[in-house]
Design a protein around this ligand. Sequence first.
Ligand SMILES: [Zn+2]
Length: 150
Amino acid sequence: MSKAKNTGKSESAKIAMSEQEWRSKLTPEQFYVTRKHGTERAFSHPYHQEKGAGMYRCVCCGAPLFDSETKFDSGTGWPSFFAPASDEAISEHNDRSFFMRRTEVRCAKCEAHLGHVFPDGPKPTGARYCINGVALELDPGASSGGEDSE
Ligand SMILES: [Zn+2]
């Protein structure tokens, strides 16, 4: 028990796993989207129309990414949110692939590719986080909204 002194620190530490480790942990589609920057087919994942309350967590590392209270129906066929659960939850990167300039969204903790953010979302933020459903896992009991949870 002498080396158990990482209290709190492990919370913010990044997770680094080899491709082999991710491959064994994830389904082929999860691996393709999150580790290979893939995109699921529109309307292919049930989360695009999921209305349940809770916290959408990173399918790779479990970090809380998007609260269901920020989810909205964008009509695109992908789960869409107007804000991340917290500023630290995600990281944004310039993506110039496919001759477009887009902003890629990743899990800040494990670098999982989640989707992209566009500036045409609803109020109050005006942002539209267009996220692959397979990159998320809805945790129904973990909405950050209420004080009287549980
Ligand atoms: Zn993650």
